[in-house]
Design a protein around this ligand. Structure first.
Ligand code: GTP
Ligand code: MG
Length: 273
């Protein structure tokens, strides 16, 4: 079964879409929705029990959009309740808390849960995903930086926004772009418009930035064995420099990765005859 498209109507006619929220418990899914729909923030944590449902009307380029929002509980305890709600979805708001590393690392698990519930014939290709790196107001405790989150999202063709449900930063912009992307997708007969969320970097670039970020020392960073010769170091360096040079590479984090590679080469060459 393909994720179903809302019925196509003439341009200008109202469109009905289904949107769900996903992400670990307490990352701020309900608060993001509340901030957008009710323009307020509740500091006290009220866990969503199973699912919260709401309907809202928005206008995108003068077209009326009726949005059915299913706000899911993130706690594993509610898996049996939320698994019914994945199908027939046009948009997913995927949320993590920038100060909770495990909530970022859990994003792949959320995609896997959705894929499993859609079954072997379900497709995630027809769904617009937007990633919210939430609670950016908690900057002191932030442990996932923008380039890491953006790289994760954009390498999958997802939208990415830095948000705070507390201050409201990024929330309206996120919903506006998210709904626009869904409408573009529907008006384009269920095909991704070329201009929309196109990935502007290669998988090789993204993989290397991630690898460099997680490398344990300068050898590892250049991808050479400890004790490599000057020539091997320079060869590995040149390859990475061409791949990640900020003038050529638009991937988030490329500038830092490039600098790290330059520093690694300098450090290694100091000790090599
Ligand atoms: P579940 O329903 O259990 O899955 O959680 P949830 O993801 O819906 O989290 P919820 O929106 O209920 O927010 C959890 C807690 O984080 C609450 O105490 C909120 O006040 C707080 N919170 C949410 N967003 C933000 C934010 O942007 N900044 C700060 N500082 N706190 C936030
Ligand atoms: Mg909630």
């Amino acid at each position: 079964m393909e994720a179903s498209m809302p019925k196509r109507k003439e341009p200008g006619k109202s469109l009905r879409i289904k949107v769900i929220s996903m992400g670990n418990a307490e990352v701020g899914k309900s608060c993001i929705i509340k901030r957008y729909c009710e323009k307020r923030f509740v500091a006290k944590y009220l866990a969503t029990i199973g699912i919260d449902y709401g309907v809202t009307k928005v206008y995108i380029r003068d077209r009326e959009i009726k949005v059915n929002i299913f706000d899911m509980a993130g706690h594993p305890f509610f898996y049996e309740v939320r698994n019914e709600f994945y199908k027939d979805t046009q948009g997913v708001i995927l949320v993590y808390d920038v100060s909770q590393k495990d909530s970022f690392e859990a994003l792949d698990g959320w995609l896997a849960e959705m894929k499993q519930e859609l079954g072997p014939h379900g497709s995630m290709e027809n769904i617009i995903f937007t990633v919210c790196a939430n609670k950016i107001d908690c900057s002191k405790h932030r442990c996932i930086d923008e380039s890491e989150g953006r790289l994760w999202a954009e390498s999958r063709g997802f939208l990415y926004f830095e948000t705070s449900a507390q201050t409201g930063e990024g929330i309206n912009e996120m919903f506006q772009m998210f709904y626009s992307a869904i409408v573009d997708f529907c008006e384009n007969g269920g095909k991704r418009p070329l201009t929309n969320i196109s990935i502007s970097f290669t998988k090789e670039q993204a993989d290397n930035i991630r690898r460099i970020r997680n490398s344990k020392d300068s050898w590892d960073m250049l991808g050479v064995k400890p004790g490599a010769t000057r020539d091997e170091i320079n060869k590995a360096y040149r390859k990475l420099a061409v791949l990640l040079h900020p003038d050529k590479c638009l991937a988030p984090g490329s500038e830092d990765a490039f600098k790290a590679v330059v520093n690694a080469r300098t450090a290694l060459l100091k000790n090599v005859k």
